[in-house]
Design a protein around this ligand. Structure first.
Ligand code: BTN
Length: 256
């Protein structure tokens, strides 16, 4: 079990044995006035949500499923790049374990064996900017290969699979929240310019590789170049133009 503790924002972590989705629950708390910095954790989720309507597989007691409520002074266009900064916070928290963690646009964390963590940032619009932002993080911690559904086994990894040992989830959560608070301060001063952008680009999983970007109904092929300071994916298209994608999903091109 994860034990309760105080977050860097001064609020309690709320821990549940089961929720449908920590994002969904925290959104309803936020609408009722919950404070900046509230963190909600669930041991398992019955309807954990991923990006693009996918489900986040959330087996009990193995991994971390949590959401953070922020009421930041950001404009609407600054929320998507912030979710890349969240990936930097995850990387900063886990880098001391050694190994090579990479960031995949739009905002996943990858280990050698595949996807280690996913981030789902959801924004509630207010009259002059976001009323609040929910940052939901699913981090695979102690899951073994068989704990993943068959269709994910070849593409997902966990800290236990990467490092060959189990981890104390409460301790990890504390580290991640510390780094989130650190990155939030940096982002509010300078966005992705400077150190956060450098962190992303130096650990960019797709860099220099042939990719397919799915953006709306479009599928575009090219070579990934990096991430700009607005969080957009820079791609060299097959006809030699530089394209910028603000949203979508990117995959490595399958070699035939
Ligand atoms: C992705 O598709 O990669 C994003 C996955 C985000 C999953 C996390 S688990 C905790 C939080 N609550 C949810 O319902 N989703 C996020």
């Amino acid at each position: 079990m994860i034990e309760a503790f105080t977050t860097p924002w001064g609020s309690e972590v709320e821990i549940f044995t089961e929720l449908d989705s920590t994002n969904r629950y925290l959104k309803s708390r936020a609408r009722a006035g919950a404070p900046h910095g509230l963190v909600v954790v669930a041991e398992t989720q019955t309807a954990g949500s991923g990006r693009r309507g996918r489900q986040w597989h959330s087996p009990a007691g193995l991994n971390l499923y949590f959401s953070l409520l922020l009421r930041p002074e950001l404009g609407f266009t600054e929320v998507a790049p912030f979710s890349l900064a969240v990936a930097v916070a995850l990387k900063r928290a886990l880098d001391p374990l050694g190994g090579e963690l990479m960031i995949k646009w739009p905002n996943d964390l990858y280990g050698r064996g595949g996807k280690l963590a996913g981030i789902l940032a959801e924004m509630e619009p207010g009259p002059d900017g976001p009323a609040f932002v929910i940052i939901g993080i699913g981090l695979n911690v102690n899951a073994k290969r068989d704990d993943f559904p068959p269709e994910l086994r070849a593409r997902a990894t966990s800290l236990a699979l990467e490092y060959g040992r189990c981890f104390e989830r409460g301790e990890l959560l504390g580290e991640v929240l510390e780094k989130l608070a650190e990155v939030e301060k940096i982002y509010s001063r300078q966005g992705l310019r400077g150190e956060l952008g450098e962190n992303i680009n130096s650990a960019f999983y797709l860099s220099g590789r042939e990719i397919v970007v799915v953006a709306g109904k479009e599928r575009v092929r090219g070579i990934a170049r990096g991430i700009d300071d607005r969080g957009r994916l820079r791609m060299l298209s097959r006809d030699g133009r530089e394209l910028l994608f603000a949203a979508g999903e990117a995959w490595l091109e399958k070699k035939s």
